[in-house]
Each structure stands twice: as structure tokens, then as C-alpha cells.
Write a protein that binds this ligand. Structure first.
Ligand SMILES: [Fe+2]
Length: 277
């Protein structure tokens, strides 16, 4: 049975426990390395002071990026470069007015334009930093580029975008979508994945998406769900290879019969939505 981290931090229940501890080590080491880099550390600390959301988000993105990179078979050295890029991807936001960054109302076209500058600001902060790798710098510069050229700041296309960068783009989108910044409410993971999968393969690399999916518990164990036919159930186990079709236990059958259904075996049964239990 899969295990899920639930140590009081509501936003990371999708991380398998064993992977989480290992990932935590990588991130801790990277943060320690950063302590020797005054330039970057200054910006990070500055950013944490004005925009805690971006800092927490960056750590989440780093966790997801490490797991995805591992599943893609990327070597350890490069995984660390990717993780560093993920941790620092939004560092350019330090040059953006915190009032715009923390605004909960919808942003004007001009404010959105201002925020878009963070990729170039970020690249500018790290470009001459010899302690950071080419990959890390490219991630900071290119983490809003999309395969069809609709991203920014350069409108790169297809192979012009590094796979390492695409990993962070994808994890960044996912984590940003899970938390609605304005309402501070959580969007169910399966809904986020619905939106995200609509961007595959035009905007997001399909291999990166598939490997990412392997690490996500769409319906974490204990989630309440309602099936298409109206039956209510609770998720009791997950198939890692097919996270959209978990094993569920029916809890409101008309005969008060509590039984399990493996959705991998019953392919005609579908989950309609998640519910509060
Ligand atoms: Fe960004």
C-alpha cells in the first residue's frame, strides 16, 4: 500500500513518504549550498520577507521536479541542477512590487505584464554566477516557455526548450493551480490534472507529463469520492501506474453493504467528483 506524508502540512499529501525523505535531503543540501552564495541568498531572503507564498511554492516545485526527473531516469548531478533551478525559478520576483505580487484581486493587463518580467529579472540576477549551472540558469529564464511558442519571455518552441526546464514549467503550473491564491482554497488534484492534461502535447511535453503523473496521488488514500452512479465511496488504495483508477470502498450502498471496488478491474465505473466525508 502506498504511504502518504501527512505531517500536518496539508499541501504535500501527494508525496510518497520514502521519496519525500530523500527529496528533503537533496533540498536541504541545496539550501545549505545557497548559504555560501551571497547574491542569490540575499534575493531569496528578500523574497521570503515579502512573499512567503513564492518561497513555499518554490520548495513544492523543487520536490515535484526532483521526483519527475528521477522517474525520467535523469542522473543525480543533473537532478540537483534541476532542483536548484526549481528552488530559484521565481527569484526575479524580488524585483517586483510586493503589492502586485500579493494582490488577491484579478490583475490588470499591465500588472500581468509587470509580473512576466520576473523571468528576465531572475536570469539577470544569476547570469554571471559561476556557482550555478547552465541548466539552473536556463530554468530560471525559461520556466514559462511552452512547446507551441505561446510562452514567455522568448516564445521558444519545441526542442528549443530544455527538457529540464519543461519539468519545472510543468511542476510550477501544477502547484500554482492546486492553490487558488485569491480564495486560499485548494483545488482538487484531479481537477488540476484535467486542466493540465489539456495542455499535453501542444504546450507540455507528454513524456514529462506521464512521468510526473506517476508521482502524484490524484485521489490520496482517505479521499471521499462520488461515483457517476451516485454511490459514495472512500479511496482505500492506489495503483501507481494508473492513479485515476484507485480501489474504493463503497460507504452508502442501499443495502448498507460495505464493499471494495477496484476501478482498474471495473472499467465501466467512474469517479465523478471528490466529496467531504
Ligand atoms: Fe515564474
Amino acid at each position: 500500500m502506498a504511504m502518504y506524508h501527512s505531517k500536518g502540512k496539508e499541501r504535500i499529501e501527494w508525496i510518497p513518504l520514502r521519496a519525500h525523505l530523500e527529496v528533503e535531503n537533496i533540498i536541504e543540501n541545496l539550501l545549505n549550498n545557497l548559504k555560501e552564495n551571497e547574491n542569490v541568498l540575499y534575493s531569496m531572503t528578500e523574497l521570503m520577507g515579502t512573499d512567503m507564498y513564492t518561497y513555499k511554492h518554490s520548495v513544492n516545485v523543487a520536490i515535484l521536479a526532483i521526483l519527475t526527473a528521477k522517474s525520467l531516469g535523469i542522473n543525480t548531478k543533473q537532478i540537483k541542477e534541476i532542483a536548484m533551478g526549481a528552488l530559484l525559478h521565481d527569484i526575479g520576483k524580488v524585483r517586483i512590487d510586493p503589492e502586485i505580487l500579493n494582490k488577491s484581486e484579478e490583475l490588470s493587463e499591465q500588472e500581468q505584464e509587470t509580473i512576466r518580467n520576473h523571468t528576465e529579472y531572475g536570469y539577470d540576477i544569476v547570469r554571471n554566477d559561476l556557482s550555478l549551472s547552465y541548466i539552473t540558469k536556463q530554468i530560471i529564464y525559461s520556466h514559462h516557455e511552452l512547446l507551441d511558442g505561446s510562452g514567455y519571455p522568448r516564445g521558444l518552441r519545441g526542442k528549443e526548450i530544455l527538457k529540464s526546464s519543461m519539468i519545472v514549467t510543468m511542476c510550477d503550473m501544477f502547484d500554482s493551480m492546486t492553490l487558488d491564491k485569491s480564495s486560499r482554497s485548494k483545488t482538487p488534484i484531479y481537477k488540476v490534472l484535467e486542466t493540465l492534461s489539456s495542455k499535453v502535447p501542444d504546450k507540455i511535453d507528454s513524456e514529462v507529463y506521464d512521468k510526473f503523473l506517476e508521482n502524484i496521488a490524484i485521489y490520496p488514500i482517505g479521499t471521499g469520492v462520488i461515483l457517476e452512479d451516485g454511490r459514495k465511496a472512500i479511496v482505500v488504495d492506489i495503483h501507481r501506474a494508473c492513479p485515476t483508477r484507485p480501489i474504493v470502498k463503497i460507504i452508502n450502498d442501499e443495502n448498507n453493504d460495505y464493499y471494495e471496488i477496484d476501478l482498474m478491474k471495473k472499467l465501466t465505473v467512474f469517479i465523478k467528483d471528490t466529496i467531504e466525508l
